[in-house]
Design a protein around this ligand. Structure first.
Ligand code: AMP
Length: 211
């Protein structure tokens, strides 16, 4: 099963990707994690992406489609995958459909995470992320240990107020149209109320998915 997690920054896609993937017994891939690792390692892709990411803008679609093509050559993706942070533009939706079509596959469901704007800003301004396992947390201070792997919690550069405002605008302008694209294309679009404890939201997600 190939599942796209869609929703604004701060909606909890990164928090839910792992537990949902575990429940379904499939891997997850987060384009933001792949790009942040590339920036840390100073690869050509990382160097090209860093400026966009720091400003809270989207990296070019071609970079994302390159990551998708590479992802679907891996044998562990044969049973399915949770896609966290991609698709974010209509050209990405079209490109992903092409990549999957060549493999005789398709997106099976799009999960739409719904959270009011003021809650998103509250979550993002209090968010830290583990510098090792990349798990996001709300309400834990930078510099404290990651409860999951012992790494160190840090603030993301693009969680500063200016970048957050830009990312919410980018979501409205470039990512929200993807919802209609999938609706028109007939892919099951499943709305999930993403306000509540992470465990409750995981249950809602699993219940919403086709069996
Ligand atoms: P995320 O961790 O999903 O919030 O992504 C962090 C940043 O990585 C975004 O603000 C973008 O700059 C970049 N990024 C991640 N996924 C994509 C994507 N599918 N398309 C364009 N840019 C992306």
């Amino acid at each position: 099963m190939i599942i796209v997690l869609l929703g604004p920054p701060g909606a909890g896609k990164g928090t839910q990707a792992e537990p949902v993937a575990q429940r379904l017994g499939i891997p997850k891939i987060a384009t933001g994690d792949v790009l942040r690792a590339a920036v840390r390692e100073g690869t050509p892709m990382g160097k090209a992406a860093q400026g966009y990411m720091d400003r809270g803008e989207l990296v070019p679609d071609a970079v994302i489609l390159g990551i998708m093509k590479e992802t679907f050559t891996r044998p562990e993706m044969a049973r399915g995958v949770i896609l966290d942070g991609v698709v974010r533009t209509v050209p990405q939706a079209e490109g992903l459909e092409r990549v999957l079509g060549e493999l005789g596959r398709q997106v099976d469901a799009v999960l739409l995470f719904e959270v009011p704007d003021d809650e998103l800003v509250r979550r993002l301004s209090g968010r830290t992320i583990c510098d090792r396992c990349q798990t996001p947390f709300t309400g834990r201070e930078p510099g404290t240990p990651c409860p999951k792997c012992g790494g160190t919690l840090v603030r993301r550069k693009d969680d500063d107020p200016d970048a957050v405002r830009r990312r919410l605008r980018v979501y409205r302008d470039q990512t929200a149209p993807v919802i209609d694209w999938y609706r028109t294309n007939g892919t099951p679009l499943l709305a999930v109320d993403a306000v509540g404890s992470p465990a409750d939201v995981t249950e809602r997600v699993v219940r919403a998915l086709p069996k």
